[in-house]
Design a protein around this ligand. Structure first.
Ligand SMILES: [Zn+2]
Ligand SMILES: [Zn+2]
Length: 424
């Protein structure tokens, strides 16, 4: 009996994990540059946290959550996104407050029951940031720039920002009304999901990806037409900052994003090489969420990057972000391999191996009783820079051959000189 991974999940195997490590390292580096600190929350939360924050009528809550009861009958849900858990954690631990700017980042798996396809998994990964405490439009711009700098650090090119304002609790009802009036005449031509959305939350119609709905979505009234003064000024300032910073952006009035908590700015970052519907990252402002989840009114802004999408681009040879053939896996994985022949040599080899490791030098040896030739092959595959070959004669001489695997040079090197000579 063999088992398979659950549908929509993937093993990240050693041949690929180096790409993930590269991305995670870039995230930590760039987040630190902007003074963000990491937060790690549980994989599951109480279901209500998500129904309350993301919105009951969204696709995520309606169709995509992994919800289950624990043994005491509590309803729990595997996190489908990380903003609500971060807000929950901040409130529970008093991390946000007046006169305090709180900048947090996270990297980790999220879960949504969606139809698996390229770049979309049921367990997927996001890296993102959340900033609490300021409604300064410059912060919206900074978050967008951070997002762009991170993606270009990873190697993505030709990035463009799609940006919109979805308004606030003051001006959104007017937009909702305007949109409903427009949809009333057209909804019968749209998909079944949209007809349901029309009744529950007409704004969600704009999220629809069905081809037959697109022309009605394109002609729908834009949220920018009914923004209140405050939202309008905020948006003008955000794009003003982006202009000043020479950021390439496009105002996209259909960009509402699939969650209810967004207010004012929403944005997505697309790689123009990938074409439409290929956002690698998205986010926006959510000035009402902290209060909605029981805290004091606190403005906030954030984004999340879909790491599977980024990986898909990175590993596609078309974009030439990684070296062809991905040989990078083997490069310098270990510095030195101790090849040993015989029991006595194994003992001495192991002593040296541990001495190397205690000096911070990555090293390895054979545990399968392989021939010397086979050990050399293993060392080569591990990307060893050197192999030190120890047998009975070498023990007598207290000296052995040190082979440089790159140049194939060999030299005699005594046991006690080895580490000094290698400067390790
Ligand atoms: Zn407004
Ligand atoms: Zn539709």
């Amino acid at each position: 009996m063999q088992y398979a991974v659950p549908r929509g999940t993937k093993d990240i195997l050693p041949a690929d994990s180096f790409v993930w490590q590269k991305i995670e390292a870039a995230c930590r580096k760039i987040f630190a540059l902007y003074n963000y600190m990491e937060i790690r929350t549980p994989i599951f939360e109480s279901t209500e946290l998500f129904t309350r924050s993301i919105g009951k009528t969204t696709d995520i809550v309606g169709k995509e959550m992994y919800t289950f009861e624990d043994r005491k009958g509590r309803s729990l849900t595997l996190r489908p996104e990380e903003t609500a858990p971060v807000v929950r954690a901040c409130l529970e631990n008093n991390l946000i407050g007046p006169d305090l700017l709180t900048k947090l980042y996270y990297i980790g798996p999220m879960f949504r029951y969606e139809r698996p396809q390229a770049g979309r998994q049921r367990q997927f990964h996001q890296a993102g940031v959340e900033v609490f405490g300021s409604n300064d439009p410059l912060l919206d711009a900074e978050v967008i720039i951070l997002n762009l700098q991170l993606l270009s650090e990873i190697g993505l090119k030709d990035l463009e920002v799609d940006i919109n304002s979805v308004g606030c609790t003051k001006c959104r009802p007017a937009y909702r009304k305007k949109l409903s009036e427009y949809l009333k005449d057209n909804i019968k031509h749209m998909c079944a999901d949209c007809q349901e959305r029309f009744i529950n939350n007409p704004l969600r119609v704009l999220d629809c990806k069905e081809t037959k709905c697109q022309k009605y979505i394109e002609n729908a009234p834009a949220s920018s037409e009914v923004l209140c003064e405050e939202c309008k000024t905020h948006f003008e300032k955000v794009v003003g900052w982006l202009d000043g910073l020479m950021v390439r952006y496009k105002v996209n009035n259909r960009l509402v994003r699939g969650l209810d908590y967004y207010t004012k700015t929403t944005f997505e970052i697309v790689s123009s090489k990938l074409g439409a519907q290929n956002a690698v990252s998205g986010g926006g402002r959510y000035d009402g969420l902290v209060e909605e989840l029981g805290g004091k009114p606190t403005p906030a802004v954030g984004f999340a990057i879909g790491l599977e999408r980024v990986i898909e681009i990175m590993t596609n040879d078309k974009y030439q972000i990684l070296p062809a053939g991905r040989q990078v896996t083997n490069e310098g994985r270990i510095i030195i391999y101790f090849a040993t022949i015989g029991e006595e040599a194994k003992k001495i080899g192991f002593d040296m191996l541990q001495k190397a490791r205690s000096r911070g030098v990555s090293a390895d040896m054979d545990y399968l009783g392989k021939s010397l030739k086979a050990q050399m092959k293993v060392a080569d595959r591990a990307g060893a820079q050197y192999v030190y070959i120890i047998g009975d004669d070498e023990i007598k001489k207290q000296s052995a051959i040190l082979r440089n695997m790159q140049t194939s040079d060999q030299q005699d090197m005594s046991f006690d000189r080895l580490f000094d000579e290698l400067k390790i």
